[in-house]
Design a protein around this ligand. Structure first.
Ligand SMILES: C[S@@+](CC[C@H](N)C(=O)[O-])C[C@H]1O[C@@H](n2cnc3c(N)ncnc32)[C@H](O)[C@@H]1O
Length: 267
């Protein structure tokens, strides 16, 4: 029997135990940020990047579907929405049941055992090199770069040329990010090695360099994040170099029937 994924269980518990604490909280996750903040994200990371014309998208960590719903409403896009938590996904299925029924929203669970699982799923859907956008908001701030790499690589292998990866990530160097890093010290120090909702800290330099290595042209929404800017890194990366993206395929997976070739050395 497969070992229980304790990281997944924590997100499941969160969704299952969630109760609204005020009238304007309707769905699990509505307590993250304010409506004004959600609107700012949607305007600067979706509307300004042509969401109305997107046709095929992947979302990671959709949760209850806060941004999923907005993308579906303003476009004709079809979305494959991956999440690690079946309980969160159940909420999203209920909330957006009409879109699921029409086939525009396709929920999919991440098992977190095989890093090739997402690209293989997308191959099955004939979505490889057919994606306009691969996005994730307020979710990958919790995911360590070693795991996140599988999603970055999936985006690099599935997006069309000039397709977009749009993502918020935790920025340790902005003033609000640094403050949150300080505020977590007492809470998280005794939890080493345990699943938690702590942030996994990155910086513009790390994100910019890693994504450029995979073939992306990286911009940060609102300009290069500096000390005074917002808490999260708001990444809009365009896939410009497909050859670069392809050369690391063997680190993620090998398509069925194609024998593993020598993978390029990173040292
Ligand atoms: C903070 S919620 C954000 C949900 C939604 N994007 C929003 O803004 O309301 C985080 C979501 O990411 C999912 N998640 C956390 N870690 C993940 C991972 N490694 N891979 C995929 N989904 C993950 C959780 O199950 C949850 O649905």
């Amino acid at each position: 029997m497969a070992p229980q994924n304790i990281y997944r269980s924590q997100w499941d518990r969160f969704a299952e135990k969630w109760r609204p604490k005020s009238e304007d909280l309707v769905w699990p996750g509505d307590e993250w940020g304010t409506r004004q903040h959600w609107d700012m994200i949607f305007r600067t990371m979706f509307l300004d990047y042509g969401v109305a014309d997107w046709k095929n998208c992947v979302e990671i960590g959709a949760g209850s579907g806060k941004y999923t719903e907005q993308v579906l409403r303003v476009s004709e896009a079809r979305i494959v929405a991956f999440d690690i938590s079946p309980s969160y996904q159940k909420v999203m299925r209920e909330r957006l049941s009409a879109y699921v029924a029409s086939g525009r929203l396709q929920p999919a669970i991440i098992e977190a055992r095989d890093p090739g699982e997402l690209i293989e799923y997308l191959e099955g859907q004939k979505l490889v090199r057919a994606l306009d956008t691969f996005y994730s908001i307020d979710a990958m701030v919790h995911v360590d770069l070693q795991y996140l790499m599988a999603y970055f690589m999936t985006a690099a292998l599935a997006l069309k040329e000039n397709g977009l990866m749009i993502m918020t990530l935790a920025n340790a160097i902005s003033k609000p990010g640094f403050k949150k890093l300080l505020q977590g010290v007492k809470q998280f120090y005794p939890m080493q090695g345990q699943p938690s909702a702590k942030f996994e800290w990155l910086s513009p330099e790390i994100v910019g360099t890693v994504l450029a290595n995979l073939g992306f042209d990286v911009t940060f929404v609102g300009g290069q994040p500096q000390l005074e800017s917002g808490r999260d890194l708001m990444v809009a990366a365009r896939l410009v170099d497909l050859d670069k993206a392809e050369q690391f395929r063997g680190y993620l997976y090998w398509p069925a029937g194609i024998p593993p070739a020598e993978v390029p050395s990173t040292s």
